[in-house]
Design a protein around this ligand. Structure first.
Ligand SMILES: C[S@@+](CC[C@H](N)C(=O)[O-])C[C@H]1O[C@@H](n2cnc3c(N)ncnc32)[C@H](O)[C@@H]1O
Length: 192
């Protein structure tokens, strides 16, 4: 895959999700934040699809709710005010192992409390949990940053997940300036 302009890293992540999505798909936004990825996924899968959006911050859940409500996407989205480390527990039985795309945008929410940040341990659990929920052809897209405190450790945890996933037969792509430091990169894990 071609290098990615870091300014457009989130748009690139959305494009990588859209490549594998069909109308009616089940999707997950693992880090809802201000809700832009949630809204994007909801529009990509249409009214017959569904998005499960996770965030540990009440402020992020409220912002995402506001955005999807104003866009008329309420019925397509379930908001989960809980950690993405609990994806499998949160998904209804009818959606288990049927997920077309999972988006992670790690780090902290710009303009919010920078101490509330994704962490290597819960990110590793969430990535494994998300992978277990993919349908055939489904994909995890994980935007990873190294520029904030703890970012390098988290980036290394994402790399370990990539190595383990490749050994288990998943297709792995690393998009962006990887392995340059202090620049975001995207891990793409696709189930065959
Ligand atoms: C970079 S922001 C996401 C931006 C978002 N995708 C958007 O479009 O606005 C990272 C988000 O991850 C959330 N977060 C941190 N730890 C989390 C966890 N364990 N589970 C779910 N979300 C978490 C933060 O609260 C923050 O809102």
């Amino acid at each position: 895959m071609a290098p990615v302009n870091p300014i457009r890293v989130t748009e690139r992540a959305q494009t990588l999700a859209a490549e594998v999505l069909n109308p009616g798909d089940i999707t997950i936004d693992a880090t809802a934040g201000k809700g832009r990825d949630t809204a994007f996924l909801a529009m990509a899968v249409g009214p017959k699809g569904h998005v499960h959006a996770f965030d540990v911050q009440a402020e992020a859940i409220a912002a995402t709710h506001k955005l999807i409500e104003s866009a008329g996407l309420n019925s397509t989205v379930t908001l989960h005010h809980r950690s993405h480390a609990e994806i499998s527990e949160a998904l209804p039985t009818a959606h288990q192992r049927k997920v077309g795309a999972v988006l992670f945008n790690l780090g902290y929410l710009p303009g919010s409390d920078q101490k509330i940040v994704t962490l290597p341990a819960s990110t590793s659990i969430a990535l494994q949990d998300a992978r277990a929920q993919l349908r055939s052809g489904g994909r995890i897209i994980c935007v990873t940053y190294t520029g904030h405190p703890g970012g390098t450790d988290e980036s290394n945890a994402v790399l370990q997940f990539a190595v383990a996933s490749e050994k288990e037969g998943y297709i792995i792509n690393k998009v962006g300036y990887f392995p340059d430091s202090a620049k975001p990169w995207i891990l793409v894990v696709t189930r065959t």
